[in-house]
Design a protein around this ligand. Structure first.
Ligand SMILES: [Ca+2]
Length: 363
């Protein structure tokens, strides 16, 4: 009988150990409760041939050109609904998509646009006025098409079912800058963005073109994003390190398209919790598919010149990279570039954060 208490003791220890293992497992995968900055991956810098090295994409993906980037951090996951909500709850921030819902103004804008008499410049103005109002570009998952601007679509109501661990959607570049500056302040870092001009700022708050001098949180530059998606510049087609797009490995419109690099599969028709698919060799998830991701450059055509830590600051549009849950295999290719105005947004647009590595001693 003397062994009885010992057995109970062993059982208690085993149960306790199991609980510890379960808790550790939960902590390891709980991407909703963590701060957005909790899962940053250091990417060692290097040189690579940026652009469509396969020669099969759109014209704006070429020419391939030599680019060197310095060490930087990038988040393992896209910023989640829960992480964005924490920012909104702490600041009361209203996103671009939560502007005034003025139906008269909207009607007038739509009538102007439909008149067919506007110049390209006038059409831009009309679009800019539309962007001042509420709503976001709406990708209809079932129709598999953009159905224009929906005045009620925003990050709280993206028109798809989402969990707190899904990537936040309907985010503009303005929203990105606000989020990043808030996060920098939370962590006692100098802010990275001038919210008026959109300029990037060094640690003294002065505008800079040197991304390595920026201390605060920001989105990756276009070159950093591509370098990371390509596992430090390898010739791979998709952000998970693979050359064939499979719906078991990427969240995209995987059930249609006629591409050599597509294995037909499924189309979830919505975002999925970040980290649902295997990462690339740097540990980064969803670099292809799930949320479309803003990068910190203005859109411009590539040139063949070699560049070191490039960042384009002139131009009208920023860029979304990496494809999206509603996009096809071609869009999910790493090289694909989609230019959008700074305050534009849609129910596919999200982001991930980055930070410069400042010195060898910094963790
Ligand atoms: Ca993505």
């Amino acid at each position: 009988m003397r062994t009885y208490p010992t057995k109970i003791g062993v059982m208690v220890i085993i149960i306790l150990l199991m609980l510890v293992v379960i808790a550790a497992g939960a902590a390891g995968t709980d991407t909703t409760a963590d701060a957005a900055s909790a899962n940053m991956v250091l990417v060692k810098g290097g040189s690579f041939d940026m652009g469509d090295v396969f020669g099969e994409g759109e014209e704006n993906e070429r020419p391939v050109h030599k680019v060197t980037v310095s060490d930087f951090y990038i988040s393992k996951y896209e910023v989640t609904v829960a992480q964005f909500r924490r920012f909104v709850e702490k600041t009361g921030y209203k996103t671009s998509a939560e502007g005034p819902n003025d139906s008269d103004a909207r009607r007038e804008i739509i009538a102007q646009a439909a008149s067919g008499e506007l110049s390209r410049e006038d059409m831009r103005e009309v679009r800019d006025r539309l962007l001042e109002l509420s709503g976001a570009g709406y990708w209809d998952a079932k129709e598999r098409a953009w159905i224009g601007y929906d005045p009620f679509t925003n990050w709280k109501n993206p028109g798809i079912e989402q969990t707190d661990a899904d990537p936040v959607q309907a985010i503009s570049m303005d929203d990105v800058m606000q989020f990043c500056n808030w996060l920098s302040k939370e962590e006692g870092l100098p802010i990275a963005y001038d919210l008026e001009t959109g300029e990037i700022l060094d640690e003294n708050g002065d505008p800079t073109l040197d991304i390595t001098a920026v201390r605060g949180y920001r989105v990756p530059t276009e070159a950093e994003w591509e370098f990371a998606a390509r596992e430090r510049g390898l010739d791979v087609r998709f952000g998970n390190g693979k050359n064939i797009a499979k719906s078991s490995e990427i969240n995209f419109r995987g059930d249609e398209g006629d591409y050599e690099y597509l294995q037909l599969g499924e189309y979830p028709g919505k975002t999925t919790p970040v980290g649902s698919y295997p990462p690339n060799s740097l540990g980064l998830c969803d670099m292809s598919g799930n949320a479309w991701e803003w990068v910190g450059d203005k859109y411009s055509k590539y040139t063949s010149e070699s560049q070191v830590n490039p960042i384009v600051t002139d131009g009208r549009n920023y860029i979304l990279r990496g494809g999206r849950w509603g996009g096809d295999a071609s869009e999910a290719r790493i090289f694909h570039r989609s230019p959008w105005p700074r305050n534009d947004r849609c129910n596919n647009s999200g982001f991930r954060i980055a930070r410069s590595k400042l010195s060898k001693s910094e963790k």
